[in-house]
Design a protein around this ligand. Structure first.
Ligand SMILES: Cc1cc2nc3c(=O)[nH]c(=O)nc-3n(C[C@H](O)[C@H](O)[C@H](O)COP(=O)(O)O)c2cc1C
Length: 338
């Protein structure tokens, strides 16, 4: 065993935590490989939601979330991830793992992974603590993104207008509806959004219209939604920016979970050019490219804890790549490529 390389079990355990990351419609559009020396992350194009996500933003963002969670899980297991993003066509990340002294903060962040849920219910009406806002903004900034907490009325109005318009455009699109029906309202499936995690968005008068999934088995909470609306943005809109936005989203969501805050990603208005433009121009005032909306707040009072959303078995998402010298063994210097 080479102490400078993780063994296959460690990598598998880290990937099992990484795939608890959120993904659009719980599509889990990732493909992981372990070569014995490095971990590789690719998008799975068969899981690209062509109607909800025509330009593939959500696909890359979802993979970015999982990439972030992998680095967090690896750190908790004693390995620092050195991430090479988009190193060659078709490869989202190549990750080298080097020994790392695990700190308490690494473990606390990794422990948040299985606790996090997308909570689509109305949140309790309580403002975020200034201290928590600082932590959340910093978690995004550390990943090269910006988290705008939308507070003033004109910006909130523009955001809710974009949400309502996007919902209307999607409802009028039969291809979108067919795809959504295939990916939601599920019972006992390893992917897609289960009915037990979705609220009836159209039945409730909500401040922010949320995505209407095919079937909804979760009762929404009464009263006003106390969720704080945030927009995560990057300076550009390249594939790298979208991947980084996903990593930042992963960081913001785990930070929120650590702070015992509820959260849910909401990207419907960013999937359409017109409503995305509205958010860019009228919510961000033209500063940066909006990538996700994230609702953050306090868990609804007295509400039941949410069940975890299922994931595909690890054997389906992690493909072992046989290595001539076996997992964890060093390659002799003369055989290493230069
Ligand atoms: C890129 C992206 C887009 C998403 N868009 C929405 C959305 O518009 N509405 C929503 O309710 N959830 C959205 N989600 C949350 C997923 O549906 C959720 O992560 C998935 O169902 C798995 O559930 P979990 O987060 O509770 O593990 C999104 C997640 C990601 C990463």
């Amino acid at each position: 065993m080479n102490r400078n390389l993780p063994d296959a079990y460690t990598v598998k355990a880290a990937i099992a935590l990484a795939v608890r990351a959120p993904s659009v419609h719980n599509s889990q559009p990732w493909d992981w490989r372990f070569t014995g020396r490095t971990v590789e992350l690719r998008a799975d194009p068969r899981r690209h939601l062509r109607n909800a996500d025509p330009d593939g933003r959500d696909l890359l963002v979802s993979c970015g979330c999982a990439l972030h969670h992998f680095t967090v899980a690896a750190a908790a297991m004693g390995w620092a991830a050195q991430v090479h993003r988009l190193p060659e066509p078709g490869l989202l990340a190549r990750i080298d793992l080097v020994p790392h002294d695990t700190r308490d903060g690494d473990i606390a962040l990794a422990a948040a992974i299985p606790r996090r849920r997308s909570d689509r219910r109305r949140f309790a009406e309580r403002p975020l603590l200034v201290r928590d806002e600082v932590f959340l903004r910093k978690s995004a900034a550390d990943q090269g993104a910006a988290l705008r907490i939308v507070t003033d009325a004109p910006h909130l109005t523009a955001l809710t207008r974009a949400a309502a318009e996007a919902g209307g455009l999607h409802r009028a699109d039969p291809d979108y509806a067919i795809e959504l029906a295939a990916w939601s309202g599920r019972h006992y499936a390893p992917d897609g959004v289960p009915a037990q995690n979705a609220v009836l968005a159209h039945a409730a008068t909500r401040e922010l219209r949320v995505r209407d999934f095919a079937d909804a088995g979760l009762s929404d909470t009464e009263g006003r939604d106390g969720a704080v609306l945030t927009v995560l943005s990057t300076t550009g809109d390249s594939a790298l920016d979208r991947l980084r936005a996903g990593e930042a989203a992963g960081a913001v969501l785990l930070t929120a979970t650590r702070l015992n805050l509820a959260s849910c990603v909401y990207t419907e208005p960013l999937e359409l050019t017109s409503t995305r433009g509205l958010i860019r121009d009228c919510v961000l005032d033209g500063h940066g490219e909006p990538q996700l909306v994230v609702r953050i707040g306090y868990h609804p009072e007295g509400a039941e804890p949410l069940p975890a959303t299922p994931r595909r078995p690890i054997g389906e998402v992690l493909r072992p790549v046989p290595h001539p010298y076996g997992a964890g063994l060093p390659i002799p210097a003369q055989l290493r490529g230069h």
